[in-house]
Design a protein around this ligand. Structure first.
Ligand code: NAD
Length: 294
């Protein structure tokens, strides 16, 4: 069994990005610039945004943190988005989700200029992804595809079972794996909370993508011998022995499943770090105008 070390791979890719950034700078080009909008004090969101800012520093990007109070109105937030859309120095930006309940997330996502939508959540980028056109891929699926690629995992002709159908993980993952591409050409089954006899479906999988949000949901008896297991879940479970009073676990019962599978991503240190690194890759693409041109 091979552990897919997302932490190590993301460091490697960040070093590669840093070299590219140096080349841009030494040729007199503009430093790539990512902005992140954070609304309120959600602790998980703060950690995610902090990691994104730190990653920008590591690769040599400029970063701007735009912090807004929890009581910001929808109109004010939309104004912020328009400001960032029109700021020529900013190549790409993200609005960290979830937003407070009084703000319509869909409206905010739609307001982001697709050219700067480095999270890949805008319907234009999502649609282009579905059609196989150049686009910003959503960061988590992009990170998973990169891991499968860099670990030389054969996907063609394999049966991939995706558990979860969210717009940011499960659904885009199912599209990417079914497309005609180096990492693709899978026969894909997408499953969700209404799937009947889920264990028997998952047992048929050569590749399992678990994006459910339930700790240790995928047990060893649901996994075929030799399957590739990608654990997207990040769940906090109480742990009195841990300094913070909790620890992070995935959607996969790592202990049991790792004895049966051929490849597995750990939590933490698997998909999570690759998600942030994919955002850096998208920002580099944005600064080079690779997807949409000038
Ligand atoms: P979500 O809550 O939007 O979607 C969960 C999906 O799981 C739904 O489609 C639902 O139908 C399905 N589901 C729920 N209960 C089920 C059941 N009993 N059987 C089968 N399917 C079931 O979640 P999400 O945003 O896709 O995130 C999933 C997990 O991945 C969470 O733990 C989240 O924290 C984590 N996540 C991690 C990263 C990362 O970078 N590693 C990024 C995004 C999300």
């Amino acid at each position: 069994m091979t552990i897919i070390d997302g932490k190590d791979l993301s460091q490697k890719i960040k070093s590669e990005i840093a070299i590219e950034v140096e080349k841009i700078k030494s040729a007199g080009g503009k430093t790539p610039h990512l902005a992140a909008v954070l609304v309120g004090e959600n602790p998980a969101s703060k950690v995610y945004v902090r990691n994104k800012v730190r990653s920008c520093e590591q690769v040599g990007f400029k970063s701007s943190l735009v912090q807004k109070d929890i009581d910001i109105t929808e109109e004010e937030l939309l104004e912020t988005v328009h400001f960032l859309n029109n700021d020529p120095d900013i190549d790409g930006f993200i609005v960290q989700l979830p937003l407070p309940k009084h703000i319509n997330e869909e409206l905010v996502t739609l307001a982001i200029d697709p050219k700067k939508d480095v999270d890949g959540f805008h319907p234009v980028n999502f649609g282009r992804m579905a059609l196989g056109l150049p686009c910003y891929l959503p960061a988590t699926p992009f990170g998973i595809v990169t891991m499968l690629d860099r670990y030389n995992i054969e996907t063609s002709g394999k049966h991939a079972v995706v558990i979860g159908r969210s717009n940011i993980v499960g659904t885009p993952m199912s599209i990417l794996l079914s497309r005609k591409a180096k990492i693709g050409n899978c026969t894909v089954t997408i499953t969700h909370s209404r799937t009947k006899d889920l264990p028997s479906v998952v047992r048929q999988a050569d590749i399992i993508i678990a994006a459910i949000g339930i700790p240790n949901f995928v047990k060893a008896d649901m996994v075929k011998e030799g399957a590739v297991v990608i654990d997207v879940g990040i769940n906090r479970v109480d742990d009195d022995t841990a300094k913070r009073g909790y620890r992070l676990v995935g959607d996969v019962d790592y202990q049991g499943v790792s004895e049966k599978c051929s490849f597995i991503t750990p939590v933490p240190g698997g998909v999570g770090p690759m998600t942030v690194t994919s955002l850096m890759l998208n920002t580099l693409k944005a600064s080079r105008k690779e997807i949409y041109g000038e």
